[in-house]
Design a protein around this ligand. Structure first.
Ligand SMILES: [Zn+2]
Length: 286
């Protein structure tokens, strides 16, 4: 999610954050042996996997300062150096803190997320990212080894973006899923990054097939399979309603009205609602 990013620059970002929500202090929470959830600070939740004498971060917060605060938290739980960071996707609230990480850190991302980062780094405000472009990109699947701990990286198809990566630690049954899971709000499908709602449904089904019991996402508390099942059922129901109304020949405006979609207040950034995204995809398939 990049709610505040690239909408009129950092002044706007700061104003919105201070007026609406001060980010919670950054803290690190142990989930399993060697597996941590990093919450608070500026930007999305991040994660940490400690295997042998290596610490691997998942995502990089939204500012260099927040990334450095994250490293301080990491030092409270392990003396192992951070040598790699895996990006779950390319949104600014997950990656713009990269310049706060050590210069020699290896950045790993999906090839399409790398493409987005390279593009973003052309913006003068984000030029610092150029020094942290992923050296290793993942096409579909790969396995990492951290001191004997196996970590699976999986791209399950276009969903939130077309460069989403799931970071799965089979021995601990934990999956870091970035923004593939939103709880308590509609999922965000970035059509400008080739995200697909149909792909999100497919991805959620694949996440349920994993031998995992904990899913750590960018903007919610960790959840289990039951929450994921409920989320999938809700989204399938919404898709069914849009499909039915479309088959009756209803327009987008009529469908949005029938499903109670609120338009954003004047002055707020307009993002296509989930109903609109589903409608557009169903129309494209026709
Ligand atoms: Zn995102």
């Amino acid at each position: 999610m990049q709610r505040f990013l690239r909408i009129g620059g950092f002044v706007f970002v700061a104003a919105l954050v201070s007026a609406q929500q001060q980010p919670a202090p950054l803290s690190i929470v142990g989930l399993r042996e060697g597996i941590y959830w990093i919450r608070g600070g500026s930007g999305a939740n991040a994660g940490l996997i400690v295997g042998g004498d290596e610490a691997i971060l998942i995502d990089a917060k939204m500012t260099a300062e927040s990334a450095q605060a994250m490293l301080e938290e990491v030092r409270k739980v392990t003396a192992s150096p951070v040598r790699r960071v895996i990006l779950t996707h390319s949104d600014g609230d997950h990656v713009n803190g990269l310049p706060g990480l050590p210069k020699d850190v290896t950045v790993i991302a999906h090839a399409n997320a790398r493409r987005d980062l390279e593009e973003a780094s052309k913006d003068a405000k984000l030029a610092g990212l150029a020094g942290w472009l992923p050296r290793e990109s993942v096409a579909d699947r790969c396995s990492l080894n951290a001191g004997g701990l196996r970590i699976e990286l999986m791209h399950l198809g276009p969903a939130h973006t077309d460069g989403d990566l799931v970071v799965f630690v089979p021995s601990q049954r934990v999956a870091f899923v970035g923004d593939l899971v939103f709880i308590g709000r509609d999922p965000l499908i970035h059509r400008h990054k080739n995200g697909r709602f149909s792909g999100l449904l497919a991805t959620l089904r694949k996440l349920l097939d994993l031998d995992a019991d904990t899913y750590v996402s960018g903007h919610a508390e960790p959840v289990g399979k039951e929450d994921l099942r409920k989320l999938l059922a809700t989204l399938e129901a919404t898709e069914g309603k849009v499909r039915g109304l479309l088959a009756e020949g209803k327009s987008l405006e009529e469908i949005k009205a029938a499903l109670g979609v609120q338009e954003p207040a004047a002055g707020q950034r307009r993002r296509p609602s989930l109903v609109e995204v589903i409608y557009l995809e169903l129309r494209e398939k026709k």
